[in-house]
Design a protein around this ligand. Structure first.
Ligand code: URP
Ligand code: ZN
Ligand code: ZN
Length: 461
């Protein structure tokens, strides 16, 4: 079997960093040591010189919507295109979502996993959406757990597209079942009643700049309080997806004071972009839910990330082409979502490089090890360890560049970070010991990506 020897890089894991060599045989890391003599290896060895470079565990983008079919259209990045953009950004695993077909969760999960398995060139796990109560729900949940799904996804809004379980007793039962079965509950938190009330008193013309008025931070805070109460009462593990506001963060703090253990995710756009983007002809390009907030919200979330109050950064990558986004300038009909998998690592590394109180180890934790642990993928994923999958990013921490749609690879044709200067770039990405991106070339193979069960095993369902 052939081997790859990555020599003399600075290895960054969550707990430690050290200059060492790393030997890959087949799909796994087999040895980490200060100096591994290539002559001592009986097999064919490819030597990779990583002097001056960082060696990171492959990133896990724990929140993506590739090939999302919704609102009568489909996202620009399908599974192939999303995988490619992700590979350029050092992402080797994504956690995507299976919609609830409202008949059978196992069938919903299988259908999504099969479709992804045919086209993804990086690995993937799945969260299962639960959008409706039915008598068989507990058995369905048990079945998807046994099939390798660790978490369900709920919405407290999007009544219009049928995602919201409105009946409170039904919602409580979902939490109870998940607690009993050891499933994490991931929630998109925006209080639907509060949003409806904001719309009822609204007199404007639904321009993008009014999106934060129509979906205020207060709605996020109220939903977090509500979900937190249910999780506390039912003893359920809670994960807040895409936290966007300081007000929401305050609610997280209040819940933690009451003893709730909650995992909080935010995204690069809530850390670095604010509502000033929501004016002018390109404003629709910046529409997603929850909406962009104020600069103070960005700063509060950055501080919370550095303090360890936010455990995961993921992207909510949900890309539509410029043309799709600009079809409407009415926030009720603009397709919500933006790209981000490729931009995530340079943006977060830029924080580290610019003296924010975030270390390289913490960066690896929020982008890789943390999500691997929360979602049952560790230590196959999220670790530089002997025995782990050889999902590895070789990263140049000194490379200064400017994010632009011209040097990024999403099929959407734009980046919300156009013109943003960053430091640091993935130069090589390995998936299970195979180079999938190197020196600007993409070498991923559609269909090579595997479904990763929540116990870390690779599988097709
Ligand atoms: O606008 C967004 N975020 N679109 C993706 C779906 C979701 O709500 O996460
Ligand atoms: Zn969401
Ligand atoms: Zn999402």
């Amino acid at each position: 079997m052939s081997c790859i020897l990555i020599q003399n890089g600075l290895l960054i894991d969550t707990e430690w960093k050290r200059r060492a060599d790393i030997l890959i045989r087949g799909s796994r890391i087999v040895r980490i040591a200060p100096h591994i003599d290539p002559q001592s290896i009986p097999d064919n060895v490819t030597q990779v010189h990583a002097d001056g470079l960082l060696v990171l565990p492959g990133l896990i983008d724990a929140h993506t919507h590739y090939n999302l079919i919704s609102r009568g259209t489909v996202t620009a990045d399908g599974f192939r295109e999303g995988s490619k953009a992700a590979s350029y950004g050092g992402v080797t695993t994504v956690i995507d979502f299976a919609d609830d077909n409202k008949k059978s969760l196992p069938a919903s999960l299988r259908e999504r996993a099969d479709a992804m398995g045919e086209e993804m060139s990086i690995d993937f796990a799945l969260h299962q959406g639960v959008y409706a109560m039915r008598p068989s729900l507990k058995e369905e949940l048990e079945e998807i757990r046994n099939a390798g799904c660790r978490a369900v996804k709920l919405f407290t809004t999007y009544k219009d597209v049928g995602y919201y379980i409105e009946n409170q007793e039904d919602l409580r039962l979902v939490f109870r079942y998940c607690a009993q079965l050891g499933l994490m509950v991931c929630v998109h938190c925006e209080d639907d009643d509060y949003i409806a009330a904001a719309a009822a008193s609204y007199k404007g013309s639904y321009k993008p700049e009014d999106h934060p008025v129509l979906r205020p931070a207060k709605a996020e805070a109220l939903a977090i309080a509500h979900m937190g109460r249910l999780a506390l009462e039912e003893g359920c593990q809670l994960y807040i997806v895409h936290l966007s506001s300081r007000e929401g963060l305050e609610e997280v703090r209040a819940l933690r004071d009451k003893g709730l253990e909650v995992v909080v995710e935010t995204t690069p756009h809530y850390l670095f972009l604010d509502r000033s983007r929501l004016t002018g002809p390109d404003a629709p390009l910046y529409v997603m839910t929850p909406p962009l907030r104020d600069e103070q919200d960005n700063l509060a979330l950055q501080e919370a990330l550095c303090n360890g109050e936010i455990q995961v950064v993921a992207t909510d990558h949900c890309s539509f082409t410029r043309a799709q986004k600009l079809e409407s300038s009415d926030v009720r009909t603009i397709y919500p979502g933006i790209p981000g998998s490729e931009e995530m690592l340079p943006l977060i590394h830029h924080l580290v490089a610019n003296g924010a109180h975030l270390t390289l180890n913490e960066m690896v934790n929020v982008l890789s090890t943390g999500p691997a642990k929360y979602f049952g993928l560790y230590p196959e994923k999220g670790a530089l360890r002997e025995g782990s999958d050889a999902d590895i990013v070789i990263f140049n921490p000194d490379y200064a560049w400017t994010l632009s749609h011209e040097n990024l690879h999403s099929e959407c044709g734009y980046t919300p970070y156009e013109g943003v200067p960053v430091i640091g770039k993935a130069v090589m990405t390995y998936l299970r010991g195979r180079l999938i991106m190197g020196s600007g070339l993409y070498l991923g193979i559609p269909g090579d990506g595997r479904f990763i069960k929540a116990d870390g095993r690779h599988s097709s369902l």
